[in-house]
Design a protein around this ligand. Structure first.
Ligand code: PEP
Ligand code: MG
Length: 879
């Protein structure tokens, strides 16, 4: 049977998201539960995929099916497209499986043309109605031209501004029916001058073009960026919803609004939202007019408001989650246009999940599944230093649209934000209002400040999604975008001036206010404790300093999975000894330098063991890409020459000799120990002596160092290094006359190691996947240079994600799975983990759970993300 590409709202339900998209599935569900939804139909996501397969064309059979459904919709509603008596007007809106607010396109009032407009006016003598019809008409021409034909709204806005000036009025609502009629014809002329043909008058042609535009918008640049950030596969496609219009701009007894059943910023229970009288949906979202609070609707529209409150309760109970709804009141009657589980800040997400458990609506497991692990990141970000904040006086106030604290230099355009960020500066983007084209600039900014727009404006919604601090709607700002300045509280702020904004209170401050790290507790702690109950994977951290290790412990790390010992030498007082070691040209000179390094290493390891309180600590032996450490400045080279007792020229010669064409594949990792075993001797002494000391101090802890050898590709190579380690360690332990157990394992980060994991497991006591190098060497992409060409890979859809950030489960993952299986065949209880960057990425963590790793290890601030992702993987697995 051929596929069905269209579904009436009455034919679908909430479980059909994949096919109908979130919006379509929920419109169907609302229809099923008897809510007032204008009855239309959904064109499936499969039709979108087919459109791309057919070379960006809607094929004839899909088009024929769409037209059949137009007829069904006409019958249900008793109105007809292009009819002179009872014309049908529709909205055409995108709706993907996962909601992507503001990313794709919407067209309202479709079906209007000169004849339909005339006929509508004839049928209703009210002069206000005439104004409404022309207002709808000019909006439609503007939207169609902008969204479907990509003419650009600014040309139409200029015409509106000219008309307002000519008429001596300030607001759009002050324009008369005749003004709007005139504007509609000016808009059509503008369309013709830009496109070269007449504005399409046939509603069916309008519909075809609009559907095509929505499909096309799935592939627009902002949607592609959003998908990459939110793990939404390109292959999903978007559905299209065609719905009869109801008119919030019909008269003063009409209006439109958006509302949440709980506060999306804090999670507090209670209806909140915004409503605009005599307006269409886009006016609320665009933030062009400042809307009224939803509660005020109770006095203006008591009946519709009472009904709306009931609907909100019903929907929240039905979906058992906070709802974000769009609705319209037409002549006092309520219509529901959309509902979805609302986007929320990380703080709100935690509070809502906990409250829903307390209210008996959700189980603990479900609550854990409700939190997007990636959002936790925002909770762990800094806030303003309380003391400095107390001393500071706000110079202005907007809406606290997305929480957090931000300070930086002012920029006025998204492009400047990107350029300044690339130059290493921290910026706050200040705009009249943002639009979807600004998305990459918003991402590059510490915070966003807008002059216009409410809590549901573009800036607010997008910033919340990104976890970026945002203050919106500060109307006191007098903006001069052209000259890159604005005035606020009597002061002119220019590009590059410092400003601080508080996305929770909406306060704006002059200058820089220092920030402090976030502390976590309360709802966060509850969710984490539930997560810990369910997860199977252990979560460790990558930490090289006691400070990082302590932070990670506070955030729930159960051990150190990777201590990169070369990182312990970045500080100025230590790097000299380290350089001396790598630039030594005899064993004696190297041993002399190593003897200087030993006490540093031992003290560092002791501090790490102390910080970990008996939990496992994996110490990775030296793996310095040498080019990161050799001196380049004259003064440093002179100092090194002095330390080595050599001439500057001799040292320059040594440095020259260390130069490598491919340092990432060069003399690093265990290759260093194969050439200079004395390095492993020194490191083993430091590890074992530190462990013995700490064990002696804390008899109740079990200090068991795990020594990890990097960059192994061959069993004999591993055995060679291990023998050096074991000999040294056993001598140290024997000399101490106490007992200490330790393990020697390896990183699996070279494809050959994964392929021969059964061999390596004969001697390695544990495996830890170094997926940074494993990705580099499996793809053959240099870790240092891939950024230069990955952009082209995204543009051409060869890649949807950066394989260094999100594990390539197909290729690199296959090697990992193979290595785990081979390793277990030889050593059934071999302990396996991951310590590449992927250890803190939620989808990669889920993969690690599935292939049976014992732990993931990630940077301290990603520990909670990994804990939650691990729990979600375990819960999904059980289901
Ligand atoms: C890795 O390669 O994944 C790893 C953890 O080691 P490094 O990043 O230090 O090379
Ligand atoms: Mg590595």
């Amino acid at each position: 049977m051929s596929k069905k590409y269209c579904y009436l709202f009455s034919e679908g339900n909430a479980n059909m998201r994949e096919l109908l998209g979130g919006k379509g599935a929920n419109l169907a569900e609302m229809t099923n539960i008897g809510l007032p939804v204008p009855q239309g139909f959904t064109i499936t996501t499969e039709a979108c995929t087919q459109y791309y397969e057919d070379g960006r064309k809607i094929n004839d059979s899909i088009m024929a099916e769409i037209m059949q459904y137009v007829e069904k919709m006409e019958q249900i509603n008793g109105k007809k497209f292009g009819d002179k008596k009872n014309p049908l007007l529709v909205s055409v809106r995108s709706g993907a499986r996962a909601s992507m607010p503001g990313m794709m396109d919407t067209i309202l009032n479709l079906g209007l043309n000169d004849e339909v407009v005339e006929a509508m006016i004839k049928g209703n003598p009210d002069p206000k109605f005439k104004r409404f019809v022309y207002d709808s008409y000019r909006r439609f021409i503007q939207m169609f031209s902008d969204v479907v034909m990509e003419v650009g709204k600014k040309y139409f806005e200029q015409l509106i501004d000219q008309m307002k000036e000519k008429k001596g009025v300030k607001f759009d609502v002050e324009l008369t029916a005749d003004d709007l009629k005139e504007l509609a014809s000016q808009f059509k002329a503008e369309y013709k001058s830009k496109i070269g043909s007449d504005f399409p008058s046939d509603p069916k042609v309008q519909l075809y073009e609009a559907i095509r535009a929505v499909f096309r918008s799935w592939d627009n640049p902002r949607a592609n960026v959003y998908r990459r950030d939110n793990d939404i596969p390109y292959s999903w496609g978007t559905a299209v919803n065609v719905m009869p219009m109801v008119f919030g701009n019909l008269n003063d007894n009409s209006g439109t609004g958006v509302a949440f059943t709980r506060d999306p910023a804090t999670g507090a229970k209670g209806l909140m939202g915004e409503f605009l009288v005599n307006a269409q949906g886009e006016d609320v979202v665009a933030g062009v007019r400042t809307p009224m609070k939803i509660a005020e609707m109770a006095t203006r529209f008591p009946d519709a408001y009472a009904q709306f409150e009931k609907v909100c309760k019903l929907l929240e109970n039905h979906y058992r989650d906070m709802q974000d709804m769009e609705f319209t009141v037409e002549n006092g009657k309520l219509y529901m246009l959309q509902t979805r589980n609302g986007k929320r800040t990380a703080q709100a997400a935690l509070r809502i999940a906990c409250d829903l458990v307390d209210e008996g609506m959700r189980t603990e497991e479900e609550a854990v599944l409700m939190i997007d692990p990636r959002n936790l990141d925002t909770l762990l970000h800094p806030t303003f230093d309380a003391k400095a904040l107390k001393a500071a006086n706000p110079v202005g106030k907007g809406l606290g649209a997305s929480p957090g604290a931000a300070c930086g230099q002012i920029v006025f355009s998204a492009a400047d934000a990107e350029a300044w960020k690339a130059a290493g500066k921290k910026v706050v983007l200040v705009r009249l209002e943002t639009s979807p084209e600004d998305i990459t600039g918003m991402k590059a900014s510490q915070g966003i400040l807008t002059v216009r727009g409410g809590m549901t404006s573009h800036a607010a919604v997008v910033a919340r999604g990104m976890g970026t601090c945002c203050v919106s709607g500060c109307g006191d700002i007098v903006m001069d975008e052209e000259n890159k300045c604005f005035t606020l509280a009597g002061k002119t702020y220019k590009e590059g001036d410092y400003i601080s904004i508080d996305g929770s209170t909406g306060n704006i401050y002059d200058g820089l206010i220092p920030t402090v790290d976030a502390t976590v507790g309360g709802d966060f702690g509850r969710i984490m404790s539930w997560a810990d109950k369910f997860r199977k994977l252990k979560v460790r951290t990558n930490a090289d300093t006691p400070r990082d290790a302590k932070k990670a412990r506070e955030l729930g790390a159960e051990g150190i999975g990777l201590c990169r010992t070369e990182h312990m030498f970045f500080e100025a007082d230590r790097i000299a000894a380290f350089r001396e070691m790598i630039c030594s040209d005899t064993k004696e000179a190297r041993e002399k330098a190593l003897a200087k390094i030993l006490p540093y290493q031992q003290a560092d390891f002791e501090a790490l063991y102390e910080a970990l309180e008996g939990n496992p600590v994996t110490i990775r032996f030296l793996d310095p890409p040498l080019h990161e450490f050799v001196p380049t400045e004259d003064a440093e080279i002179r100092q090194l020459a002095k330390d080595l007792g050599k001439s500057v020229e001799e040292v320059r010669g040594i440095i020259q000799g260390l130069h490598e064409s491919n340092p990432m594949m060069g003399h690093r990792g265990c290759r260093l120990t194969v050439t200079y075993p004395e390095i492993a001797v020194m490191q083993t002494k430091a590890v074992i002596r530190a462990a013995l000391n700490v064990q002696a101090k804390h008899k109740d802890w079990k200090v068991c160092p795990e020594i990890m050898i990097p960059l192994v590709g061959e069993l004999k190579e591993f055995k060679y290094v291990k023998e050096v380690v074991v000999k040294t360690a056993d001598e140290e332990i024997a000399a101490s006359k106490t007992k200490l157990t330790y393990q020697v394992g390896t990183m699996i980060e070279i494809p050959r190691a994964a392929l021969t994991a059964d061999e390596i497991a004969k001697d390695a006591e544990f495996f830890c996947f170094g997926t940074n190098d494993l990705t580099q060497m499996t793809f053959g992409f240099s870790r240092d240079d891939a950024g230069k060409f990955l952009g082209a890979y995204y543009d051409t859809k060869i890649f949807e994600n950066d394989p260094f950030a999100k594990l390539d489960q197909v290729g690199v993952g296959k090697l990992m799975k193979m290595a785990v299986t081979l390793g277990h065949e030889v050593r059934p209880n071999i302990h396996c983990g991951i310590c590449g960057e992927h250890g803190g990425d939620p989808t990669s963590v889920e993969f690690c759970h599935r292939i049976g790793l014992d732990y993931v290890s990630c940077s301290p601030f990603r520990v909670p993300i990994a804990r939650l992702a691990a729990a979600q993987a375990a819960i999904k697995d059980r289901k």
